[in-house]
Design a protein around this ligand. Structure first.
Ligand code: ZN
Length: 292
């Protein structure tokens, strides 16, 4: 058998061709292990560690405030942090600001630290997606309005001076949207599922997300929190198969029309409260992280 030997210039040519790829392929990929997350990305190590810190803070605050939620995910969560919109684009066909993909073996969160505009704060997206993870761990088939409304509600989480956590900050765009658009009747809001146009079509999504957020905000914050236990009863009844309208009447002791009116007044009234939680221990996690 005759072997064809490559000459040195040919080998050099092959090497040049093989390595003549755009500079972007030479990105440095860094992985960061924090206590509860595995992050990997072509963003800088500092940025990836910041994402890890914010996620750990968020998780920490949640585990302290909501002891009943199941925080132990049966599968690990990998967070992929892209350095820019353009680096993220090939993996992001819907052009989302961030994405959460639960799976049987691993959950994925993808995002970029490069911000498109003030509404698309990547951390809002991370917290939004992470709430989905916690809800999916804790509840089977959570109603879509509740899952999205709660995710939006907690997406504004922020920590001030490392000690004070703020929950339930108002999202101005949602308020503006609801004042300008006709709100959905609750029966329509509760009926939205993954196949509904209100979940999938651009202009309809706006009202669905805004109203889900407002309803959750109202149920948690309004009237000094007196609706919160009712929300718990409502979700339990739905979870055990009670038809939604019957569950609503049992839990809130009123018809849809009463809460619809209160919600409209709540959005129009502009008297939002939020929760501030202060912690004695600093919410810092940097020492526990390992990078490679
Ligand atoms: Zn969502």
């Amino acid at each position: 058998m005759k072997r064809r030997l490559l000459t040195l210039p040919a080998i050099i040519f092959l090497l040049l061709v093989a390595f003549n790829v755009p500079a972007s392929a030479k990105d440095t990929w860094t992985s960061v292990h924090s206590q509860n997350f595995f992050l990997v990305g072509n963003a800088s190590e500092k940025e990836i560690r910041q994402v890890a810190t914010r996620l750990e803070q968020f998780r920490d605050v949640f585990t302290r405030l909501f002891a009943k939620l199941n925080f132990t995910s049966p599968v690990p969560t990998t967070v992929i942090v892209f350095k820019s919109q353009s680096a993220y684009k090939p993996f992001n066909p819907r052009n989302d600001a961030g994405y959460f993909q639960p799976g049987p073996d691993v959950n994925y969160i993808t995002l970029t630290t490069e911000q498109r505009n003030s509404e698309d704060d990547p951390f809002r997206i991370i917290f939004h997606e992470y709430v989905h993870l916690l809800v999916n761990n804790t509840m089977k088939d959570a109603p879509l309005w509740f899952n999205e409304g709660l995710a939006e509600y907690y997406s504004t989480f922020y920590v001030d001076e490392e000690r004070k956590a703020f929950l339930g900050k108002v999202i101005p765009n949602h308020v503006l949207y609801l004042r300008e658009q006709k709100m959905l009747p609750l029966s329509a809001l509760f009926a939205v599922d993954h196949n509904s146009p209100y979940y999938n079509e651009g202009n309809k999504r706006g009202v669905f997300y805004a109203e889900s957020w407002a309803l959750v905000h109202y149920l948690i914050q309004a009237d000094k929190g007196q609706h919160l236990p009712q929300l718990g009863v409502f979700l339990n009844l739905i979870g055990t198969g009670t038809p939604i309208e019957e569950a609503f009447k049992k839990a809130f002791q009123v018809d849809y029309s009463v809460i619809e009116k209160e919600l409209k007044d709540y959005v129009g009234g502009n008297h939002y409260t939020m929760t501030r939680a202060t912690f004695e221990r600093k919410l810092e996690f940097d020492e526990d992280m390992q990078s490679r």
